[in-house]
Ligand binder design. Sequence first.
Ligand code: TTP
Ligand code: MG
Length: 405
Amino acid sequence: MARCILHIDLDAFFVSVEQALNPELKGKPVIVGGDPQGRGVVASASYEARPVGIHAGMPLSRARRLCPQAIFLRANFSRYRDASYRFVKILGDFSPYIEPLGLDEAYLDVTGCEEPYESPHQLALVLKARVYQELKLTASVGIATCKVVAKIASDLCKPDGLLEIAPGEEQAFLNPLPVAKLPGVGKKTEQSLGEMGITTIGELASLPLHIVRRSLGMPGTALHSYARGIDTRKIEAPGEAKSISQELTFARDTLNRNFLEANLHNLCQEVCRELRSQNKRAKCVAIRLRYADFRTITRQVTLKEASHVTRVILATAQQLLTKAMAQQEKPIRLIGIRVSGLVGEEKQVPLFNSATEKPEHLDRAMDTIRRKYGPTAIRTGNSMSRDSSQMSPWAEERFLIFGSQ
Ligand code: TTP
Ligand code: MG
């Protein structure tokens, strides 16, 4: 029996959450990122801002030049996280087989779940309506027999769209599309294929597999299947996060130790809060520094005992920073922290260890207050406000809480 897979992606997610909270922003060019005077990048742009070419990842300074009348907002992750939880909860009412891909995107296998509705199409309409009613957000939904086709379909019908590719129609749907629409085809692959005269998915599909393999190596096998609308990947429950990270680009390159430490403190607090909310402790702590010339280094250590205590993680990160700064005296553009080697709470809870228990209690109390009143409700000792935040923590991990690798 053919499967019925939905790919759901919220439209202009960060921006739409802001618009839902402040309807005055609706219908206007709105950009969420860091400080528009700073060096951050666009995280999300409203559809009104897109015709002039603004897209995620573009430096904010350029976005400002392209669309000076746009409203620039700083990202507020707790709002997006909250909307994301509620979004996934709604999806759970339609099928237990959910695979979230990020904060605003998920696959849903609704095979056999469409009974209460007339059709998968009807189910998707109800789903979209619920997301709108409850979150005031629009979603685009692709329906197909496999993941890759559903994902491409939802992308093509944005914003607020619904596109169903009937069983057997996959190849005809894919054929005319540019190869870059295939998930996994980045700039490099697109270029390699272009050199072979391949620009559409249909052209890729019609190549013999061994030719694709010769040019693209092993990943070519999967791409060749996808190009033919064949994708047997199952919907997988989200894996356990293997690492959690946060990073920050400064408005100006700096060697100011106090400033660097204050920002490291902020990043540690966020990462540790996430660790605790996942009931995890980390064994490894790493810092990442990017210098003015874009050279980037990572320094990592393993802790004697896994921890989620801000004070412990911060002290380790500070030692790494001291060492790195002693070795290299160049101004720093970006600082990041990553914790990995995550272990479950139960294995590591130290009983009656007052040295570690105390800060842990403090951390938990602060988490509760922050959850209630927002991340800026409390700032301890040397936390300072940031000059500018970059929305893409640590390379391919786009956000703090979905930093699975
Ligand atoms: P996307 O779904 O890629 O983008 P979007 O929801 O803003 O717009 P679209 O209508 O095209 O789906 O990403 C979801 C959110 O992830 C986005 O609102 C902001 C965040 N994000 C980043 O922080 N950095 C990035 O580079 C990208 C692409 C997204
Ligand atoms: Mg989206």
